[in-house]
Design a protein around this ligand. Structure first.
Ligand code: ZN
Length: 150
């Protein structure tokens, strides 16, 4: 990765960590799931408002490291207006870019989420980046109210 690109990515992560977007307890939510990453101690509660299969609003509360906070902040921005199927596609693509299992990074397919691709170089931090998405997955499946990455 080029140094200037890496700096840009870090800047986005710092910005979202300092000023998390959609950071509030939602009233009248349709889905609420708590996510926990015991490896790092990241905790978050994700709230979704649904209209049929479409996510019309998303917010979160909790505390975690910079990567987990930036990841959930970016995620709540990007999933608004997405259908359940579109959000699940994004989760799979995001999982591939952060775990480095894909040769083709598909960075343009995930837009701003690409800033988190750098965690693939730090395996211990991958769960910090994917916690938000595992929590979203559970919220969309609507089967459990809390998840843990371990
Ligand atoms: Zn973390």
């Amino acid at each position: 990765m080029f140094e200037d690109l890496r700096d840009l990515y870090q800047e986005v992560i710092f910005d979202h960590n300092r000023n998390p977007r959609n950071f509030y307890v939602m009233e009248n939510y349709d889905r609420m799931v708590e996510g926990f990453n015991p490896l790092c101690g990241d905790r978050l509660t994700l709230f979704l408002k649904m209209d049929g299969n479409t996510i019309t609003d998303a917010s979160f509360q909790g505390s975690g490291c910079a990567i987990s906070t930036a990841s959930v902040s970016l995620m709540t921005e990007i999933i608004k207006g997405k259908t359940q199927a579109e959000a699940e596609d994004l989760f799979h693509t995001f999982h591939k870019i952060t775990t480095g299992k894909s040769e083709d990074l598909q960075l343009e397919a995930v837009g701003k989420l690409a800033v988190l691709a750098g965690v693939r170089e730090y395996p211990a931090r991958v769960k910090c980046a994917t916690l938000a998405w595992h929590t979203l997955d559970a919220a969309l499946k609507n089967e459990q109210t809390s998840i843990s990455t371990e």
